[in-house]
Design a protein around this ligand. Structure first.
Ligand SMILES: Nc1ncnc2c1ncn2[C@@H]1O[C@H](COP(=O)(O)OP(=O)(O)OP(=O)(O)O)[C@@H](O)[C@H]1O
Ligand SMILES: [Mg+2]
Length: 253
């Protein structure tokens, strides 16, 4: 049997396409007959609202990590077949502060997931835009990290900080953490700047960079307000197609 890949989608920069990638890569992998679990690990709970759900549900990621509910109890089915979700909650911000002084505080998510995700092929964790305790927990629980970079002038800025964090995590808590890859988002092929950034990133990252670039596409930004992945909102959009291509590449890695 294949092992479950637990992929943390991370970048401490805000607004670089983490949540959009979690939702649409998750849906695209599910379309390829994979069993997917998404964990909304960001107090903003954007992934949850992106599936048309609110963050008021009592059984959510907070009650999971506090041990009030089991994974099976908190998992909900989304409208996409094969795609399940652990809903986020704004209370996660408070929990991060509460746990700051706790023993083994880096292992809270690991313990909540321990041996309970076997039935999924992929678990995607949406991280908040910081390198705080929540992201550390995600990286300790993960087998891999997927980094999203926005195609803009400062794309690579902050990447070395993230790489240092990953090295630290390996040294202290999760020796097997690997880098799944880096994906360039919001790419606009008409802009010279976007093309230059893509070249620059490719030079720096080599084969770590996915060949598939996610284009800037309005359907990707509209879909969450309709509570669905782009594949359901407009399956023929360039945005939806690009995430299907990315999924194919992910399946090959
Ligand atoms: N490829 C794209 N084309 C057009 N809009 C996009 C694309 N990717 C993301 N967006 C939009 O850009 C904004 C930021 O994207 P997203 O929420 O995915 O980033 P994030 O890294 O999760 O942000 P945060 O760090 O705040 O969690 C959102 O409004 C989203 O709809
Ligand atoms: Mg987000």
């Amino acid at each position: 049997m294949n092992e479950t890949s637990i992929i943390a989608v991370a970048n401490q920069k805000g607004g670089v396409g983490k949540t959009t990638t979690v939702i649409n890569l998750g849906a695209s992998l599910a379309m390829n007959n994979k069993e997917i679990l998404i964990i909304d690990f960001d107090p903003q709970a954007n992934t949850t609202s992106g599936f048309g759900m609110d963050d008021e549900r009592e059984k959510n990621v907070c009650s999971l990590i506090l041990g009030k509910h089991s994974l099976e109890e908190v998992v909900v089915q989304t409208e996409v077949e094969g795609l399940s979700l652990v809903q986020g909650s704004r209370d996660l911000a408070g929990i991060e502060i509460e746990l700051a002084g706790a023993d083994e505080r880096e292992y809270i998510l690991v313990e909540a997931l321990e041996k309970k995700v076997d039935r999924f092929d992929y678990v995607l964790i949406d991280c908040p835009p910081s390198l705080g305790l929540l992201t550390i927990n995600a990286l300790v629980a993960a087998t891999e990290v997927l980094i999203t970079l926005q195609s803009e002038y400062y794309a690579l800025e902050g990447l070395s900080h993230l790489m240092n964090t990953i090295r630290n995590i390996r040294k202290r808590w999760n020796a097997d953490l690997s880098i799944n890859g880096v994906v360039l988002t919001m790419f606009d092929g008409r802009l010279k700047l976007s093309r230059e950034v893509a070249e620059d990133v490719k030079e720096h990252l080599g084969s770590m960079l996915y060949k598939t670039c996610i284009p800037r596409n309005v359907k990707l930004s509209e879909a969450p307000s309709y509570g669905m992945p782009a594949l359901l909102y407009d399956a023929r959009s360039k945005g939806a197609a690009s995430y299907l291509n990315l999924a194919k590449e992910v399946l090959q890695r």
